[in-house]
Design a protein around this ligand. Structure first.
Ligand code: PLP
Length: 392
């Protein structure tokens, strides 16, 4: 028997990847499965970005780069932060990593000591609590259900703060709910944070461009400049540019923190793939018109999916502001169905009986809900919703 570390035993594998794998397994066994579990755009990476990568290979982008990213990519990120977010960064305040996932991982490793608390609003992106645990930190979960549109209040934030609080994480628009905080709501949360200067703020802006609310994108740092010296902005090209497989994420923040994160990365992966970095330069600096058609498709599908879900008996689904996720409340359905006791069993039931793969809400810290990814064509979505209605 091999005895594994306590560290690895503290975490669970990514549940979203697990659902995708289970759907693939059933499909390989000949079953007709519609996968609405994956968190990635169904679109292909835009051609001009692919071309830039092909050119980069031809031009010899086949070697190690600086651990924290090429000068060209850092410059593209600095321009992007200035253009879209009104933020000014120096090159040594930027770290490019192998996906947004590694950015957050590096942050936890560089920041947390055993027992340090990290406040994470639920529903949360599945990886936050486990990455905190991998760094010996303690996730402190603050719950916000559908009745408050999945957004925590300043009172809830205040109540979660302790002398051990080291970090507050905010993800807006959110995976899995698609909901975004308004400027006013962010200001109210920022006011609490301004009274607690020991807390660092991480804003995960991964879905910045997949947003259709009336208010333009804004993050918590934009509404409270005083937070800038103790904030880190996380972003990446995976979702906005349909580049999940290229593995490029980036972080902008205070130099000492970024340099510590860089040190962690230098002893784990080193630089992200050189070719992917060249592609990311084109994504960030090149023609931005590739985003609009994807956004329009997500919005249209959102409207269909939310209406179709709300038409199901006992299902409630909030309108989202962006992303490609719907996060319906199935708790009444779970209560009504014989032999189904929770969201995980319901997801299993829908996978087996309807052939539709969804992720149980408990994976996101929200039991009773299911996450449906509408990053798939309209016909497939109609088929899936029809099947779910049939089984229910
Ligand atoms: N942050 C959020 C909120 C996400 O949903 C994801 C991906 O699912 C990521 C970060 C990480 O993305 P990636 O590592 O693919 O760049």
């Amino acid at each position: 028997d091999i005895t594994l570390s306590q560290r690895v035993q503290r975490v669970k594998p990514s549940p979203t990847l697990a659902v995708t794998a289970r759907a693939a397994e059933l499909r390989a066994a000949g079953k007709d499965i519609i996968g609405l579990g994956a968190g990635e755009p169904d679109f292909d990476t835009p051609d001009h970005i692919k071309e830039a990568a092909i050119q980069a290979i031809r031009n010899g982008a086949t070697r190690y780069t600086a651990v924290d990213g090429t000068a060209e990519l850092k410059s593209a990120i600095i321009n992007k932060f200035r253009r879209d977010n009104g933020l000014t960064c120096q090159p040594d305040e930027i770290l490019v990593s192998c996906g947004g996932k590694q950015s957050f991982y590096n942050l936890c490793q560089a920041l947390l000591n055993p027992g340090d608390e990290v406040i994470i609003p639920a529903p949360y992106w599945v990886s936050y609590p486990d990455m905190v645990r991998l760094a010996d930190g303690e996730p402190v979960i603050v719950r916000a259900g559908l009745e408050q549109r999945f957004k925590i209040t300043p009172e809830q934030l205040e109540a979660a703060i302790s002398p051990r609080t080291r970090l507050f994480v905010i993800n807006s628009p959110s995976n899995p709910t698609g909901v975004a905080y308004s400027r006013a709501e962010l200001e109210a949360l920022a006011a609490v944070l301004l009274r607690n200067p020991q807390i660092l703020v991480a804003t995960d802006d991964m879905y910045e461009h997949i947003l259709w609310s009336d208010e333009p994108f804004v993050n918590i740092v934009n509404v409270a400049e005083e937070l800038v010296p103790r904030s880190i902005v996380l972003n990446g090209v995976s979702k906005a540019y349909a580049m999940t497989g290229w593995r490029i994420g980036y972080a902008g923040g205070p130099k000492p923190l970024i340099q510590a994160m860089k040190k962690i990365q230098s002893q784990s992966t080193s630089n992200p793939a050189a070719v992917s970095q060249a592609a990311a330069v084109e994504a960030l600096d090149g023609d931005q018109s590739c985003i609009a058609p994807m956004l329009a498709a997500f919005h249209e599908r959102h409207d269909y999916v939310v209406a179709a879900l709300n038409a199901l008996d006992g299902v409630r689904c909030a309108e989202a502001d962006g992303t490609f996720y719907a996060f319906p409340d199935f708790s009444s359905v779970i209560e009504q169905l014989d032999g189904i006791n929770d969201d995980a069993e319901l997801a299993e039931h829908l996978l087996n009986e309807a052939g539709v793969a969804l992720v149980p809400g408990s994976a996101f810290g929200a039991p009773g809900y299911l996450r449906l990814s509408f990053a798939t064509g309209m016909d497939t979505l109609k088929d899936a919703l029809g099947r779910i209605a049939g089984v229910l």
